[in-house]
Each structure stands twice: as C-alpha cells, then as structure tokens.
Design a protein. Structure first.
Length: 153
C-alpha cells in the first residue's frame, strides 16, 4: 500500500482502524509502522472523527413533524383508483383503445370493400381500367395522368 491509497482509505473510513476493510487493514498497519506521513494522516482523520462525534444532531422542527403526521394514509380504494388514472395519464390505455379502434376499422373496410371503386367495364370489351381501382374517378383531381394501360381478362 502506498501513501495515496492510505489517504483514500483514511478519507473514506476515518482514523479508527476497526472501521477499515479487513483486506486493507494489515497493509495499512505496515505502512503506519514505517511512514510518519501516514501516521500524520491518521491523526488528522482521528481529530475529524472526534469533532464529528461530538456534534449534536439537529432536532426536527415540531411544525414539520406535525405537518408530516397530518398527511392521511391512502385507502385501498384510493390506491386502485390511482392505478387506473396512471394508466390513462401515461398514455397506455388511450393508445390501446386507439390501436383496437384502428384494427376494427381496418378489418371492416377490408372485408366490405367499402373504398374500392366500381370497375369500369367497356360494353364491347373484356378489359378493366386498373386506374379506377387505384384512384377512382378522381385521378385528374390529384394531378395524376392516367394512361390507358388495360389488362385483358
């Protein structure tokens, strides 16, 4: 053990060797026997320990103690209500409801063909204009030029 390690030991655990970790106690004792600087560090730490031990702990303010004791405990019903509030406030419940609504709407639209436009069949041919399925009759409203690529059936 060198002097820097001993200084860290004394600063962390104080000047009383009984509080030092068991693994470092023997090395620190050997350093104390051969180093005057280590003995001076231990004496300084012991003096600080004595000052701290003689200082009285501050007494709690009576007004503070009364205000803490005046806070009522929560009942089981209040704790349960708080759990549901936290679910709503944190966004878990609204997100779940939104996801479920989106899934139901998607299932409904997908199974009923609600948004699929009616295909435009020419009376004399068996071809379908695919752009009607993609854009409906509003392709020109969106600035899409519709090419007459027709697929035979």
């Amino acid at each position: 053990m060198n002097i820097e390690e001993f200084e860290r030991l004394v600063n962390a655990w104080g000047g009383d060797s009984a509080r030092w970790p068991e693994q470092e106690r023997t090395q620190a004792a050997a350093l104390l026997e051969r180093s005057a600087e280590a003995r001076a560090l231990r004496e300084t730490a012991a003096a600080l320990d004595a000052v701290l031990a003689s200082a009285a702990a501050p007494e709690a303010n009576a007004r503070l103690r009364e205000s803490i004791m005046a806070v009522p405990g929560r009942t089981r019903q209040q704790r349960r209500a708080g759990r549901w509030f936290r679910l709503g406030a944190s966004g878990v419940l609204p997100r779940f409801v939104g996801l479920a609504a989106a899934m139901l709407l998607g299932f409904y639209v997908g199974t009923t063909s609600l948004l699929a436009p009616a295909p435009s069949f020419a009376a004399d041919t068996d071809t379908v204009n695919v752009s009607d399925y993609v854009f409906g009759d509003t392709a020109q409203d969106y600035g899409v030029t519709v090419q007459q690529n027709e697929v035979g059936l």
